[in-house]
Ligand binder design. Sequence first.
Ligand SMILES: [Fe+2]
Length: 180
Amino acid sequence: MFARRLEKHADWLMDRRLGEPLESKMKIDIGIKAEKREQIAGGLSRVLADTYTLYLKTHNFHWNVTGPMFQTLHLMFETHYTELALAVDQIAERIRALGLPAPGTYKEFAKLSAIKEDTGVPKAEDMIKRLVEGHETVARTAREVFTAAEGANDQPTCDLLTQRMQVHEKTAWMLRSLLE
Ligand SMILES: [Fe+2]
């Protein structure tokens, strides 16, 4: 699964390379080798795609939730999608700081994300379950990428990923608690 997703990212990066140079003319010299920066940015692109997909799913559920828990869930989902919308910017800008292009289209996100999109409108309880799964998925992707960032001595990426794992694990717990 992980290997296949890495492969998909490599394809995507090749497509990008055909269109534009990877780096600006002035060389990046921050103490992380180009190969490592590329590897970390590839991982962050998957975190970005997961986060964007989860953002859209949460906003979708904010719009379409129904039932006796409407008020609670409608407002809770708004808090969550607002946080996710801010997070995608942080992740994309870290990719840019590493010297790589950030993916920014639905096509690229669909290719890179491990989170499945929904069809139709799930019942309120199923929305909660799918969001728990979504938050857990981003936490797992972030955890995988953390190892690469740590190995490359990339503290800012480790810091960003630690913050993202905290948010996703806490949100998953809060949503899971609604089901008990
Ligand atoms: Fe709204």
